[in-house]
Ligand binder design. Structure first.
Ligand code: COA
Length: 336
């Protein structure tokens, strides 16, 4: 049995900064409400014509991660791409990335696990490396939310939260047992699938039918629906549960954590977990204030920033944890 480690990290966010004040020009909202409930000050949105798409942003992040890993794109054995906002209905973004990076015929797959997408993707990559089937895996999380949000009063409780961006990690076989990904733990609970969901366009909600059934456009299934308070309550439970699960499986305790990178769902959720686990400010990394919730991209963007800022050093115990639509949740315990 082998072990995997992260050999390189990269991230990319579009240049276009959208502040809370910018949003208040589009809908009935304000900076105070958004900051108080979510901690978000601004987010990035793709600007029409800037060339960015979910796959393109993923490629930009991947190029940085590959360069830092010193692993050639030609040595990548598998691409795993996590997103809820793919460029196309099919095929997935993984094969688009493969084409854009000019990688020959390695397998490429997409993971559709929303806010937990990156941890699920990391876990998939880790299993392939552990068994020895593959040595180097490119894992990407990328989202183009701004193209699919409702920027009217009707969508304000959802659209102020989400932002665009991408992050990537190159995983490789670790030469030292004990260094790298120690474990991943994944969960889902499909009975809450509709509490945070986007129904259409889909095979159940084709666009012509949507238009025929909603001539006034008052019940539009192709904008996301979120039961905010229900999501909040479940998130704070599941986050701490799955962090404990990962630590216990490795004989570790909360006090051993050097850096917790929670999925950037909402600053209030991160603060709640921090308090529940009794972690200091230095032990938790947040950057939702600048980027909003970038779903599958949020952990790799935050992990990259924490690493760039020297907040993660060799030998540190790094914990990643996420919760989101599905519901799905998971954690990864990493000895850096
Ligand atoms: N600006 C101003 N007012 C807003 C608003 C906005 N953007 N969005 C909603 N409101 C209003 C509501 O209409 C409501 O008004 P009312 O009291 O007159 O009816 C009021 O604010 C409170 O709404 P409510 O939905 O109860 O607020 P909340 O305290 O639950 O906060 C969330 C809303 C979405 C911020 C909060 O539920 C949350 O963070 N949930 C978790 C979401 C999340 O993390 N999602 C990602 C999971 S991965």
């Amino acid at each position: 049995m082998y072990q995997s480690k992260i050999a390189g990290l990269g991230s990319y966010v579009p240049e276009n900064v959208v502040t809370n004040d910018d949003l208040s020009k589009l809908m009935d909202t304000n900076d105070a409400w958004i900051q108080e409930r979510t901690g978000i000050k601004e987010r990035r949105h793709i600007k029409k014509g800037d060339g960015n798409t979910t796959a393109v942003m993923g490629v930009k992040a991947a190029k940085i991660a590959l360069e830092r890993s010193k692993i050639s794109k030609d040595d990548i054995d598998l691409i795993v791409f996590a997103t809820l906002s793919p460029d196309l209905y099919f095929p997935g973004c993984g094969v688009q990335v493969q084409e854009m990076l000019d990688i020959d015929t390695c397998p490429a797959l997409d993971v559709r696990n929303q806010c937990s997408g990156f941890i699920y993707a990391l876990s998939v990559a880790d299993q392939f490396i552990k068994t020895g089937m593959y040595k180097n895996v490119l894992v990407i999380g990328s989202e183009n939310h701004s193209g699919g949000l409702d920027f009217t009063d009707r969508g304000r409780s959802v659209s102020v939260i989400f932002g665009d961006g991408a992050g990537a990690a190159v995983l490789t076989r670790s030469n030292h047992i004990g260094q790298g990904i120690l474990s991943t733990h994944l969960h889902s609970e499909g009975k809450h699938a509709m509490e945070l969901s986007l129904k259409g366009p889909s095979t159940l909600h084709w666009v012509p039918e949507i238009i025929a059934e909603n001539p006034q456009g008052d019940d539009i299934p192709y904008y996301p629906y979120m039961n905010g308070q229900f999501v909040f309550k479940n998130a704070i439970e599941r986050f701490s549960e799955v962090i404990h699960e990962g630590l216990t499986a490795n004989g570790l305790e909360v006090k051993d954590i050097n850096m917790l990178i929670p999925h950037q769902a909402n600053l209030r959720i991160s603060q709640f977990i921090q308090k529940k686990l009794d972690l200091s400010d230095d032990q938790v990394f947040n950057n939702i204030q600048k980027y909003g919730n970038t779903t599958a991209a949020s952990i790799p963007i935050a992990l990259t920033e924490a690493w760039e800022q020297g907040k993660i050093k060799e030998g540190d115990l790094v914990v990643l944890a996420a919760f989101g639509s599905g519901f799905t949740w998971g954690s990864a315990i990493i000895e850096w």
